[in-house]
Write a protein that binds this ligand. Sequence first.
Ligand SMILES: [Zn+2]
Length: 481
Amino acid sequence: MKVNILLLPLILLGSPTLHAGNLTEDNVNKAMAVIEEVVAAYGGEKRLSTMNTITIRNETINIATGQSLKPEPPWDKNPSSGISAVDFKNKIFVTRSQGLAVGFEFNNGTIINGEQSFQLDYRAGTVAKIAKPDFDTSSGPFMRVTPALLIRTLKERSQNAYYLGETTIDGQMYDVIGFSMAVGPAISLYFERESRLLRRSERVLANFGLVEYHFNDYEDIDHIPFNRNFALYLNGDLNIERHNLSTNVNTDIEALTQVEENLTELAAIVPDELSRQEIAEGVYLIGGSGTYAMFVEMEDYIVAVGGAAGIAERIALLREILPAKPVEYGVITHHHFDHILGVTAYEEEGATVIASRAHRKIIEDKAKNAENLKLKLVRKKHVLKDSSRRLQIIDIGPTAHTEHLLVAYLPEEGIVFEADHFSMPQVGPVPPAVPSTKTFAKALKKHRIEATTFLSAHSPRVGARQDLEEALDKKLWTEDR
Ligand SMILES: [Zn+2]
């Protein structure tokens, strides 16, 4: 793909005799002229403004970059399907999706409707009230993948639109307009000069990079061009492919805003602040905001288990009670990008990183100084022991989530720490087991891991053997009605 950006002649000249006012005025006028043509191409202002509800059903493929069974490409493709609907007059947004992703099954819904806003889990059959619903933030992602809505927003907010320039992509000329929505970073819109249709948009997200949306196929619905699909690229790599199965304009969305009966109502989820729990003597679970690590006190040193976000802060909290003992080992459970963040923290501690032999490359790539990284690679099992206790690091893979998975097992205490396979919800009942939980339970049997206490990388809540059994026995709420 060949991309040529021709800068605005005005900017190229950059003459000091040119008044800034002229530059601004010319730019605004140019943007307005393009927006007028674009609005006409999308059915005209009147048609766009009479759109009140939009309902779109989709089928989607998510490409699991860095989150696949294997640590390298080709990445797994995770299918899902869903429906999204918006009602602008009443500021209602509803979205539901169900699908599969590396051993996880989900079937969730969100209803944003003022006081009647809810988060729903149809597998578990639970509903939680959303205390502070935010229509703009919740509906933003849907707006960004629906050009007709984006164009209407652009027209409404044309006061803060600006002309970025013209460019050629694959022999086609484009005019590029920049603008910002109510929430989030500025967005650049690429309008094909001939048809004035939006073919591409871009945003740059901090800590994430360049996000591109491509719209290659349109159909007319009520004389407004709607996209049949979109593709999302993250830093140039295909990340999401969505096919819109149906699009309905101005149909009643009332039914979608109703919460089904017989759902279990959950207590409000409170912010989960960084905390330290002593699980057994010298065994700690430290974490907050969805990521946790286990720390095991040995006679002369500490073993840290888990590589999710915030390891340095978790070590700092441990130091409050164990100031003198060094963190000698840091165990990385598996290769997924959110579980290798701890590598650099362990590196800084001077700890030896323990990881699956299969994950060597990804760990070394993550390290700041791979040459000096102390790395202990585990093929099947590695035991750390001294006169005080015995800690087993066992590869229980493959599971439905990853080919290799290190768990930490304290046989005397009956404690196991794992990531992404069996996590207690922060509040409410244990949900029915997903495939990764089922394969985890089988692997425990196979490796004769007789744990009674389950610590997880993503929950502050400790699970018992009985919770695991309950999850395995539980039927889906959707089947159980
Ligand atoms: Zn994972």
